[in-house]
Design a protein around this ligand. Structure first.
Ligand code: ADE
Length: 259
């Protein structure tokens, strides 16, 4: 997976994404991340990328030209690379361009899975009061938000999405199983987990986890997941229950978080 992040703050993005698990994934060439500075593509001789909005109103807007030219350069590089890999044949589809904006669809685990199937993803980060509508119409394929609140720019949301998509790429997590057993897998939250010592501040690890009976542990974990989801995320629980009823699966726990 190759991430291409179009931004006015490339250092912020690269610093945030090149340590820990993602840093290792980059070293191991499982993912690549490039942050492309939109300012590098402005034709304004003073390096300006924003201007006042027509019709008045507070704040400045990112202009169409630098954003479009940054996109063209990145898209051309991707197309060229794909053509090299495919013996000179152009691939039919341009990469998806995700505009991170509070006006978009709310990002969730299903979307992360869908995006993880792509070979290249372009993220467009806005700043100031946003971006000239005409360039958005021209290049954006997906409008995505990370929640119903407003941030100062699109960099943090793009970083959140890159992180959650990356960990779904095979090999990025040490144990691929952990991506299949964690919260939101099959609409359930993850069960509670414990490590040593057996007793901490008078609290014992649940006895069943020490029993060595894997079937019983699996059953207990599924029950805990269901209970926890019902209590903390009743909306998710309803979704899970409906799926149990309509798909008729999960009777033996095979649709649980630990399957
Ligand atoms: N830009 C500013 N706020 C945002 C949000 N909540 N999600 C995505 N992009 C944003």
């Amino acid at each position: 997976m190759n991430f291409h992040i179009l931004t006015l703050f490339p250092e912020m993005v690269m610093q945030g994404l090149s340590t820990s698990i993602l840093g290792k994934a980059i070293e191991r060439k499982l993912i690549s991340i490039e942050a492309v500075n939109i300012r590098d593509y402005t034709t304004d001789k003073h390096g300006k990328v924003d201007d006042y909005t027509y019709g008045g109103g507070a704040g400045m807007l990112m202009q169409a030209q630098p954003v479009y030219d940054t996109y063209l350069a990145v898209n051309e590089a991707i197309t060229g690379k794909r053509a090299l890999e495919n013996n000179g044949e152009n691939s039919e589809r341009s990469p998806r361009v995700i505009y991170v904006t509070p006006q978009g669809r709310n990002f969730n685990q299903e979307m992360a899975k869908e995006f993880a199937k792509e070979e290249d993803l372009i993220f467009l980060c806005g700043h100031y009061e946003g971006i000239d509508e005409r360039v958005l119409e021209e290049i954006v394929t997906d409008y995505v938000s990370i929640g119903d609140y407003v941030l100062t720019g699109g960099e943090l949301p793009a970083m959140v999405m890159v992180d959650s998509i990356s960990r779904l790429i095979p090999g990025v997590l040490h144990n691929d199983e952990s991506a299949a057993t964690e919260s939101f897998h099959n609409d359930l939250l993850e069960y509670p987990q414990y490590s040593r010592p057996e007793v901490w501040q008078g609290k014992r690890v649940p006895e069943i986890l020490l029993s060595g009976d894997h079937a019983k542990v699996d059953k207990w974990r599924l029950e805990q997941s269901i209970e926890r989801t019902k209590k903390l995320r009743p909306d998710l629980y309803e979704k899970w229950k409906l799926r149990q009823e309509t798909e008729g699966i999960g009777k033996n726990g095979e649709n649980g978080v630990n399957s």
